[in-house]
Design a protein around this ligand. Structure first.
Ligand SMILES: NC(=O)c1ccc[n+]([C@@H]2O[C@H](COP(=O)([O-])OP(=O)(O)OC[C@H]3O[C@@H](n4cnc5c(N)ncnc54)[C@H](OP(=O)(O)O)[C@@H]3O)[C@@H](O)[C@H]2O)c1
Length: 245
């Protein structure tokens, strides 16, 4: 394929998008922390982008077309986790990725507790929960650990566990049998995943989601069916990892 994929640190999103369109790019991905702003800049939104209020994939035509392929990545990860119906979920983070997660879990969870360092951000995302018909509650970040004993599913949609190598909760309080989904993909096995597996939880990292959302974006830009196994091998080799995710 005669194409190139480049990464840029973006200072001004509206100008960056117009600039890319002007130089003839086919499209772009948008990542942390720009997904919600990107959604507001689009001329047309896919159903997932409209419902979540977050855009991670843009296609340049005569208009700006906004998609959210993270939702497919979340659904794929839940399938790999073999997640059936759960009672309650603790969602760490209330940014663009958390919005895609909520679309993914809406059919599967009875109650969602959302926590973010900035409680206002957690409260704001409750509006989305209401629209999705999810029973949800905002929880102060400082109280998140006290929920670990009562939830069936923990989701990390914060960057904690990536470069800083931290762990966003106290793993000693994780219940055996709890499902854990860490959206962080670098490293593919974060400290949270390691600790969850030790506690007998069923856990998955963010790499399968990353590959699926990227494959869906390529379909949107080029109309091709990309080989996800090749993409996974390339990602693992780039990250210097040999084990299965
Ligand atoms: N696997 C995948 O395919 C995939 C796809 C999408 C995103 N992700 C990952 O998901 C994470 C979130 O992305 P996003 O787009 O949602 O970002 P975002 O819109 O910037 O939101 C980040 C969220 O994390 C919280 N946060 C940031 N730094 C934190 C810290 N040091 N401690 C505690 N909370 C912190 C923020 O809290 P406050 O604003 O309240 O402080 C906010 O709620 C990133 O690591 C991203 O790489 C993975």
């Amino acid at each position: 394929m005669n194409a190139i994929y480049l990464a840029f640190d973006v200072i001004n999103l509206p100008k960056a998008i117009v600039g890319l369109q002007e130089i003839g790019a086919v499209g772009c991905n948008v990542t942390i922390p720009h997904k919600e702003e990107a959604c507001r800049l689009m001329d047309w939104l896919s159903e997932e982008a409209r419902e979540s209020g977050a855009v991670n994939t843009v296609k340049f035509e005569d208009r700006l077309l906004g998609y959210n392929t993270d939702v497919s990545g979340v659904l794929y990860s839940l399938e790999l986790l073999d997640l059936g119906q759960v009672d309650s979920v603790l969602l760490l983070g209330a940014g663009g990725a958390a919005r895609s997660v909520l679309l993914g879990v809406r059919e599967r969870a009875r109650k969602v507790f959302v926590t973010s360092r900035n409680i206002e951000r957690a409260r704001k995302i409750l509006e989305l929960c209401v629209r999705l018909g999810l029973d949800a509650e905002a929880v102060p970040w400082t109280e998140r650990n006290s929920y670990l004993e009562k939830i069936d599913f923990l989701i990390n949609a914060t960057p904690v566990g990536t470069e800083e190598r931290g762990i966003p909760i106290n793993p000693a309080l994780l219940r055996k049998g709890c499902y854990v989904f860490d959206l962080v993909y670098n490293p593919p096995r974060t400290p949270l995943i390691e600790e969850a597996l030790k506690k007998g939880c069923k856990a998955i990292g963010g790499l399968p989601m990353l590959i699926r959302q990227a494959a869906e974006a390529e379909k949107i830009w080029f109309g091709v069916e990309p080989p996800e196994d090749v993409m996974m091998r390339a990602a693992l080799s780039y990250l210097g990892v040999r084990y299965e995710v």
